[in-house]
Write a protein that binds this ligand. Structure first.
Ligand code: PAF
Length: 283
């Protein structure tokens, strides 16, 4: 595996390589990331992975400075997964001058849910993903469903900008007790780690309620969302949202959407101690 930090060197290495499949990450790799590499491998094209902790997507009070940087251990894991090139630029490599041009997602999808609680987050994500796509020029790129809204925004961006990269969705990788794997799980204390699967359990309970109820109405959905939020609060969580949305555009479903059986997804974000966890479940 070649480890490359400069954009020019990356271009030299990939010259003539017409088909690559790309897996962008921020490093601190766990089994969830490795499952993305395995899905990428099924494409049969050389895998380019990236590791870059992207300052643009962190808010002023978020964990940019303390975000774990574990390049050596990550590189060893990627090598084992058969990755062809690891692109690990420094900030100077990727942002040699202030990144003043930005890619801003439309408000309806960019400012709701995560976008509401983390202003500017998705602009930071789409800007870096656009730039990484421009460096790597992959035929396909893999993103996890764990970051459901991110996946949808990137998919819409690729379509609207006619980016010649297929966006491939990977299922969320979970621990045996159901907790979605995330780099931020390492911030949980042992007691919090025991409690953490409750978020996914609540999503499952909510989904079961909605699946079994007869005719689904916006009011029934609202009631199920509130119930899940109160249960989390009672158990000491600070939920930002538990929200049922349409899979197609992540907007709330109207009575007409529900009558037409629009596919739904429930998304949640909640703080447990100092750690903010997100998860989702397609209904
Ligand atoms: O999901 C992530 O790890 C990041 O948001 C991404 C897509 C690598 C962009 O920095």
């Amino acid at each position: 595996m070649k480890i490359i930090s400069s954009v020019d060197e990356l271009r030299d290495q990939l010259r003539g390589q017409l088909r690559t499949v790309f897996v962008p990450t921020m490093g601190n790799l766990h089994d969830g990331h490795l499952s993305l590499m395995r899905l990428a491998r099924q494409h049969g094209d050389p895998i380019v992975a990236s590791i870059f902790v992207n300052r643009l997507q962190f808010g002023p009070n978020e964990d940019f400075d303390t975000y774990p940087r574990t390049l050596e251990a990550d590189a060893a894991k990627l090598e084992k997964e058969g990755v062809y090139v690891l692109f690990a630029p420094t900030e100077k490599d990727l942002y040699p001058e202030p990144q003043e041009f930005r890619v801003r997602p439309p408000d309806d999808i960019g400012n709701t849910l995560e976008g509401h609680f983390r202003p500017g987050f998705f602009t930071g994500v789409t800007t870096v993903v656009m730039k990484l796509f421009s460096c790597v020029q992959p035929r396909a790129a893999v993103f996890g469903k764990k970051d459901y809204q991110q996946l949808m925004i990137i998919r819409n961006m690729a379509r609207q900008f006619a980016i010649p990269t297929d966006i491939v969705a990977a299922e969320t990788w979970r621990a045996d007790d159901g907790l979605a794997l995330s780099s931020r799980n390492m911030y949980l204390s042992p007691l919090e780690r025991q409690e953490a699967p409750v978020l996914y359990q609540q999503l499952n309970l909510l989904a079961a309620t909605l699946r079994q109820g007869g005719t689904l109405t916006p009011a029934a959905i609202e009631q199920a969302e509130s119930k899940a939020m109160s249960t989390l609060r009672e158990r000491g969580w600070l939920p930002d949202y538990v929200s049922v949305r349409k899979q197609s555009d992540l907007q709330a479903a109207s009575a007409a959407d529900l009558a037409a059986k629009a596919p739904l997804v429930v998304l949640a974000a909640a703080k447990l101690g100092n750690t903010r966890l997100i998860d989702n479940l397609e209904i």
